[in-house]
Design a protein around this ligand. Structure first.
Ligand code: MF3
Ligand code: CO
Ligand code: CO
Length: 256
């Protein structure tokens, strides 16, 4: 049995909206700083500086012992990649950045995948398909719907683009804590899920693969999640407020 969904107060929503906005700005500044030839440790240091300049602190750093300001996952890495001074970003790579910022007692959480230089048509399909799946999930995030409607919308687009849907990691409520109930899977099959109500804030975050949905966790660092077949993966994440009417994307603008 999962815990009850969190409905945020209007006062909390003001702080959450601000935290999400700051986090989105930091996300896009980091994305703009990605250059071939740099290491992922350099990129993480840039991210740490941007988070500090924005007046926040990283909600990733130290989370369960995570040793970076942000998660940086390249190519076949799905999520939770760790900075490395020996990992060089190259043309043809895709770089997923996942940024979590604490500010003023609230937290923002947003991710995007950036193509570096020329990528193959398959990789373009992966990135465009993942964004489209996220947007479809957001459109379903309306009061009166259930979490399962969001999951179904994401899954349908993923299948249409022949992309594997990661099952071991899911979206989640967010706002005061990084991870709040409910869970927001990118796949269906466990019933329709909790009702969406105004004041809920959910992170919708499809993690889609060019090949298998299966993933493995690095045996040495115990963090880095990779596709089972080594094919590329993409990850886009927005924080969305459930309102009386249209969903409000707190980590706007829409991506790509
Ligand atoms: N940002 C991730 C999410 O979307 C959580 C990362 S936790 C960390 O839920 F420890 F890996 F940073
Ligand atoms: Co995230
Ligand atoms: Co998240």
């Amino acid at each position: 049995m999962s815990r009850k969904s969190i409905i945020h107060t209007p006062e909390e929503i003001i702080r959450i909206r601000r935290a999400a906005r700051v986090t989105a700005e930091v996300r896009d500044r980091i994305a703009g700083a990605i250059e071939p030839g740099m290491t992922t440790a350099q990129l993480d240091d840039i991210a740490g500086a941007y988070i500090a300049e924005a007046g926040g602190t990283s909600a990733c750093l130290g989370y369960g012992g995570f040793p970076g300001y942000i998660c940086i996952s390249l190519n076949e890495e799905v999520v939770h990649g760790i900075r490395s001074a020996s990992r060089i970003i190259r043309n043809g790579d895709v770089v997923s950045i996942d940024v979590c910022v604490n500010i003023d007692g609230a937290v923002g959480d947003t991710a995007r995948t950036v193509a570096v230089g020329e990528v193959t048509p398959d990789v373009r399909r992966l990135l465009a398909g993942t964004v489209e799946a996220l947007d479809a999930g957001i459109a379903a995030a309306r009061r009166g719907n259930r979490v399962g409607h969001v999951s179904a919308a994401v899954e349908k687009v993923a299948h249409r683009h022949r992309l594997g849907v990661v099952r071991d990691y899911v979206g989640h409520g967010c706002g005061i804590s990084l991870h709040e109930p409910p869970e927001v899977p990118n796949f269906t099959g466990w019933g329709s899920g909790p009702l969406l109500e105004p004041g809920m804030v959910i992170c919708i975050e499809p993690m889609l693969n060019l090949g298998t949905w299966k993933v493995t966790t690095d045996r040495n660092d115990h963090w880095t999640v990779r596709t089972g077949d080594g094919l590329y993966s993409a990850h886009f994440e927005h924080m969305v407020l459930i309102t009386e009417n249209q969903p409000e994307i707190l980590t706007w603008p829409k991506m790509m």
